[in-house]
Design a protein around this ligand. Structure first.
Ligand code: NAI
Ligand code: MN
Ligand code: ZN
Length: 338
């Protein structure tokens, strides 16, 4: 089989590898679609501190089970599945309280272990989620990015009274936007980004108000309308955003951070405690695959609004380069493996 392998930072090859055999409680998936994410590019460029090389990248993938290992009773060949990349131990403290996404021995497919940019992948059977018939292949491959939004929103119990502000209209901002608008039906969602083309995508995904905060002062615009967001999601992840969010937020607001910056943020306590603001963070997803499959079955979210490009996996280098260079036209770039 052919696999997309990052041999070492900045060296991507398509390698012939032996077809893997599923072991105990594992299934083999014949991949048909995979999505490119920022973290794939970070591993390619050597910017992911968790990655070990050589590595088959890809943690957003969909396919059909073609072989099962010993002990697998609830999955069979022919089943369409999307794969949760989060592999956890099941018994540490975070696992015991329902947060396998931060398991003390966390393994993420495509990061710590070979992932889905490959003709076949062997994965734990319990990570392969059956896709209902009325969910199409290209929606199923988008489950993982929407699980990030399910995890973010799941932290903060959004309600109809919420006025949300999302920083960043990349894939993560847009999945969160769709969840807040369509699943939780919050009163209003405002999206801020520096790229107008991305703000247009946010409008298409249901934003009530988009603001180019590179051209306009966000704080002034919100003040003019007397808006104090009650829920703020940082899907842009610059270290300066937290303090700005604290000062823009309503009393009793919740703020969710998604970023992995290693730079310090300068924040003022008074602004947090004075308004009793709750600050959350969200990493990957904690058992959110069934949640998102349910959203898709009910037609609550529309992944098509995020998919901008498709490439055959043999053009993976072009696909990643376009994804990296052209944020104006790219949102989700898919790879096909048939
Ligand atoms: P992206 O890079 O495609 O989107 C980020 C967007 O933020 C861009 O459109 C950019 O123009 C905008 N932006 C940058 N600075 C801004 C600012 N100061 N104000 C408003 N907008 C600004 O990235 P993507 O894939 O949407 O991911 C967003 C972030 O979330 C990344 O930092 C990524 O590392 C992180 N992430 C976190 C995950 C988690 O589980 N916690 C999972 C996936 C991504
Ligand atoms: Mn991803
Ligand atoms: Zn664990």
């Amino acid at each position: 089989m052919k696999s997309v392998v990052i041999k070492q930072p900045n060296e991507l090859i398509i390698e012939e590898r032996p077809l893997p055999v599923p072991g105990m409680n594992e299934v083999r998936v014949k991949i048909s679609l995979a999505g490119i994410c920022g973290s794939d590019s970070h591993i390619y460029r050597g910017h992911n501190p968790f990655a070990k090389y050589p590595r088959v990248i890809g943690h957003e993938f969909f396919g059909v089970i073609d072989a099962i290992g010993e002990g697998v009773t609830d999955k069979s060949p022919g089943e369409r599945v999307c794969v949760d990349p989060v592999i956890s131990c099941g018994h540490c403290y975070p696992c015991s309280i329902g947060k396998p996404n931060v398991c003390t021995s966390l393994v993420v497919l495509g990061v710590h272990r070979d992932g889905g940019f490959s003709e076949y992948a062997v994965v734990p059977a319990k990570n392969a989620w059956s896709v209902p018939q009325n969910v199409s292949d290209h929606h199923a491959v988008m489950v993982e990015p929407f699980t990030i939004a399910a995890n973010v929103t799941g932290q903060v119990n959004p309600g109809k009274e919420d006025i949300a502000l999302i920083y960043g209209a990349g894939p993560m901002g847009l999945t969160t936007l769709q969840a807040l608008k369509n699943v939780y039906q919050v009163k209003q969602v405002i999206v801020a980004d520096r790229i107008n083309e991305r703000l247009v995508m946010a409008e298409n995904s249901g934003a009530d108000w988009v603001i180019n905060n590179g051209e306009h002062d966000l704080s002034t615009l919100l003040q003019e309308k007397g808006i104090k967001p009650t829920l703020i999601v940082d899907a842009a992840c610059h270290p300066s955003i937290l303090q700005e969010a604290i000062s823009l937020a309503s009393p009793a607001a919740r703020i969710v951070l998604m970023g992995f910056s290693s730079e310090p943020s300068s924040i003022i306590q008074q602004g947090i405690t004075g308004k009793e603001i709750s600050i959350y963070s969200s990493r990957l997803n904690a058992n959110k695959f069934p949640v998102v499959l349910d959203w898709l079955q009910k037609g609550l979210i529309d992944p098509d609004k995020l998919i901008t490009h498709r490439f055959n996996y043999q053009q993976v280098t072009d696909a990643i380069e376009l994804f990296e260079k052209d944020q104006k036209s790219c949102c989700k770039v898919l790879l096909t493996f048939n």
